[in-house]
Ligand binder design. Structure first.
Ligand code: HEM
Length: 215
């Protein structure tokens, strides 16, 4: 059981690192870009590469910061990750809206960027107020939104196996929403269930419910 969990984590980590490094390298090695992305690069020769580099770094920095929780490096890693997400999130908005691949995908990416930045702001605000659990919840949801960059590419690659080419743009538009929307909903539901489990009375005794944990 422990071995299969480790194997899944190792495969996931390898995939995250691959997507991140590929994203960073595409900032200069982008001759193979499809026409729709090459146009964006021509319109935003600095902004788009900055997005690719900061986006790739975010994919590495977010899991690194989470893995360093309770350690003294967490604070420093968190500050670097927050600055990087700020750059990647802000640059994502013009990259989405200029020469949009489809209007629906542009809206999906813009919503993703805004959600990312709002969760970052809430996470920072909560920890500054000393609310560690709310900070944790915001950052786990932020990680879910970040993972959307990886799932987007996974789903797009898989879609080429099953979706006819004339529906490519329809799938692209849907992917721009579901790639980050599904992980975000999954993490939000998990956090809610975790909260309810913590607040649940633990012992039922002669119809009397004893609350074992403090609220
Ligand atoms: C999480 C918030 C993010 C948003 C909202 C976002 C948004 C976008 C948008 C709008 C595009 C242009 C594609 C289009 O308009 O159809 C794009 C391209 C790109 N982004 Fe991001 N991005 C995010 C995170 C990331 C991350 C974490 C990476 C790391 C790999 C990344 C790397 C790239 C790369 C390499 C491209 C170039 C095209 C490609 O390889 O698909 N982005 N992004």
């Amino acid at each position: 059981m422990a071995i299969s969990r480790r194997l899944i984590l190792a495969v996931l980590a390898a995939f995250v690192i691959y997507t991140a490094l590929r994203g960073i390298s595409e900032s200069w090695n982008n001759d193979g870009f499809p026409e729709s992305l090459a146009v964006k690069l021509e319109l935003m020769p600095f902004l788009f590469p900055i997005h690719m580099i900061s986006g790739g770094l975010a994919l590495l920095l977010v899991p690194l910061t989470i893995s360093l929780r309770f350690k003294r490096w967490h604070k420093l890693a968190g500050r670097i990750a927050a600055a990087d997400i700020l750059i990647a999130g802000i640059t994502a908005i013009p990259v989405a809206l200029q020469a949009p691949v489809t209007k629906i995908s542009a809206a999906g990416f813009t919503a993703q960027a805004i959600t990312w930045l709002v969760l970052l702001a809430l996470g920072v605000w909560n920890i500054r107020q000393g609310r560690a659990m709310a900070h944790r919840a915001c950052m786990l949801m932020l990680a879910a939104v970040t993972s959307g960059a990886m799932f987007f590419r996974v789903y797009l690659a898989l879609s080429k196996l099953v979706i006819p080419p004339n529906h490519f743009y329809d799938f692209y538009a849907a992917d721009a929403w579901i790639a980050w929307g599904l992980p975000l909903v999954a993490v939000a539901v998990w956090l809610e269930l975790e909260k309810r489990a913590k607040n649940r009375p633990l012992i039922k005794h002669n119809n009397r419910v004893e609350q074992m944990r403090p609220n």
